[in-house]
Design a protein around this ligand. Structure first.
Ligand code: NAD
Length: 501
């Protein structure tokens, strides 16, 4: 990739259509391949967030936006999609610098953001209101209206896709949005703000405020003028924000963590299964909510299959996110790598056996980066801490299973319920399992495939609510029933007072 250093944002935050110095604590974005600094800048403060919310409230209430018909709102979304598409090189550069993800992956994420804006533009201009079945002497309708000011709080692992999944339907629904990206990956959301501004969206309808979760994020959840929050992040944070939203009686969607099972039967196409499993756990260095981090292999093929899997894992190419062919890039930063290494040590303490990886790769090119070898651990029971908790790194645990009942029980014996992979040639069995396993998404003979038209979300500790799909628009609106009298007559009860008894 040609030098794109100039593409990095300049360190100002996007507050109600203006670029300003943030009033909050400094944030540093670094490139985790070599530790070099991308940018240090001042994040947003609570006061910045207060101003953004006030501006959003005014911009949303302006008839120029509030009364805009859906097909006119859709035009902005199409323009934003075009802007993202025209800037895919910049976006993927910024996101790879910011997160350490491979450029192949960040290009795909930017591409998905284009699709998301176009999809919600189309949904917006084709979402019909409903005349409900008439049951009395009134015409009855169910209609949808914008919520007003809404907030998005996002994590560091796939910012542009996460941002788009929230911003596109929220704008399509007629809202104004204040976004709070993670301080570990603040840059690409600011680039999105630049594109949105260029698309001509009226000032105030979007603010992007990188800053502290406790300060800026918390204010968004607590502020009386914010009517809905979409949160993606860790389960502990999600639980806390869910409680706060509950006290305020404000809708909140929570896209949280996972410990997703992948199941391999003795009749599976093993070559396909291995490719899918490696992609499922080791792409993004395992820093993916839907990572297939618990692998169940039928006991009759366990040893042979795991041996082939380990051999294939050893062949994965680790390295610079910008180098062609890199499959496993560095983790987001050294701090997060240390937390994953602590899990690996914990697995050994629990009696686990490391089949491959478990350490930092050797060689000068890896020295300064937050690299960790793809790791496979065996010998633990499903109730071990290593098998229960989300590690959020390139760590796979492998476990045997005996039959259908046993693998359903083991898969479901975990507080998370985000995703599941099933590898078998027996389709009826795959379907039975897909229905029996508690997960928001199930993949049969594939993994980590996405479509904007298919709702996504988790159950249990993986969260509540869904994003994407046609209904992904409606969660950003208030639903209202309207009754319009068709008789022109006083209500019979009123006859008492009008003397018409
Ligand atoms: P995190 O919970 O630490 O942070 C997420 C966001 O919440 C950040 O912007 C952070 O600043 C903010 N935040 C933190 N404390 C807050 C508070 N008290 N009030 C308001 N906001 C606060 O999560 P993370 O480490 O950034 O992301 C990794 C997690 O996200 C993993 O658990 C992963 O599984 C999950 N995730 C889930 C999905 C999904 O769709 N289910 C997708 C991506 C990531």
């Amino acid at each position: 990739m040609k030098d794109m250093t100039h593409a990095l944002p300049d360190g100002r935050i996007f507050l109600a259509g203006r670029w300003e110095e943030g009033g909050g604590a400094p944030i540093t974005s670094s490139f985790s391949h070599d530790g070099s600094e991308n940018l240090t800048f001042n994040g947003a403060s609570r006061e910045d967030a207060e101003r953004a919310i006030a501006a959003a409230k005014a911009a949303q209430a302006d008839p120029a936006w509030r009364d805009l018909l859906p097909h006119e709102r859709a035009k902005y979304l199409y323009r934003i999609a075009d802007g993202i598409e025209a800037n895919i090189d910049r976006i993927s550069y910024i996101q790879s610098r910011d997160t350490g993800k491979t450029v192949t992956e960040t290009r795909a994420l930017a591409g998905s953001a284009v699709g998301t804006f176009r999809y919600f533009a189309a949904v917006c201009e084709t979402a019909d209101e409903t005349l409900t079945t008439q049951r009395a002497t009134a015409l009855t309708a169910s209609v949808h209206e914008p919520i007003g000011v809404v907030g998005a709080i996002t994590p560091w692992n796939s910012p542009i896709a996460s941002d788009a999944q929230k911003l596109a339907p929220a704008l399509a629904a007629g809202n104004a949005m204040v976004m709070k990206p993670s301080s570990w990956s603040p840059l690409v959301s600011l680039e999105l703000a630049r594109i949105v501004a260029e698309a001509g969206l009226p000032e105030g309808l979007l603010s992007v405020l990188p800053g502290s979760g406790r300060e800026v994020g918390n204010l968004l959840v607590e502020h009386p003028d914010v009517g809905r929050i979409a949160f993606t992040g860790g389960t502990a944070t999600g639980r806390m924000l869910g409680e706060q939203a509950g006290r305020k009686l404000m809708p909140i969607s929570l896209e949280l963590g996972g410990k997703s099972p992948t199941i391999v039967w003795d009749d599976a196409d093993q070559e396909l299964a291995i490719a899918g499993i490696l992609f499922g756990i080791f792409s993004s260095s395992g820093q993916s909510c839907i990572a297939g981090s618990r692998l169940f292999v039928q006991r009759s093929i366990f040893n042979g299959f795991v041996e082939k899997l380990v051999a294939a894992t050893r062949r994965l190419k680790l390295g610079d996110p910008f180098a062609p062919g890199t499959q496993v890039a560095p983790m987001i930063n050294h701090e997060h790598r240390a937390s994953v290494e602590a899990y690996i040590k914990g697995a050994l303490d629990e009696g686990g056996e490391i089949l491959c990886g478990g350490k930092r790769p050797e060689g000068a090119e890896y020295e300064a980066g937050a690299y960790l070898e793809p790791t496979i651990i065996a010998g633990l029971a499903n109730d071990a801490k290593t098998c229960r908790e989300e590690i959020f790194g390139p760590v796979l645990v492998v476990l045997p299973f005996d039959d259908e009942a046993n693998v359903v029980a083991q898969s479901n014996d975990n507080e998370y319920g985000l995703a599941c992979g099933i590898w078998t040639r027996d389709f009826p069995r795959a379907w039975r399992l897909a229905r029996a396993i508690r997960a928001g998404t199930v993949w049969i003979n594939t993994y980590k495939q996405f479509s904007i038209s298919t709702p996504f979300g988790g159950d249990g500790a993986s969260g509540m609510g869904r994003e994407k799909g046609r209904e992904g628009l409606r969660v950003w609106q208030r639903q209202k029933g309207i009754y319009a009298d068709l008789t022109g007559q006083p209500h019979p009860w009123a006859g008492i007072t009008t003397g018409q008894e």
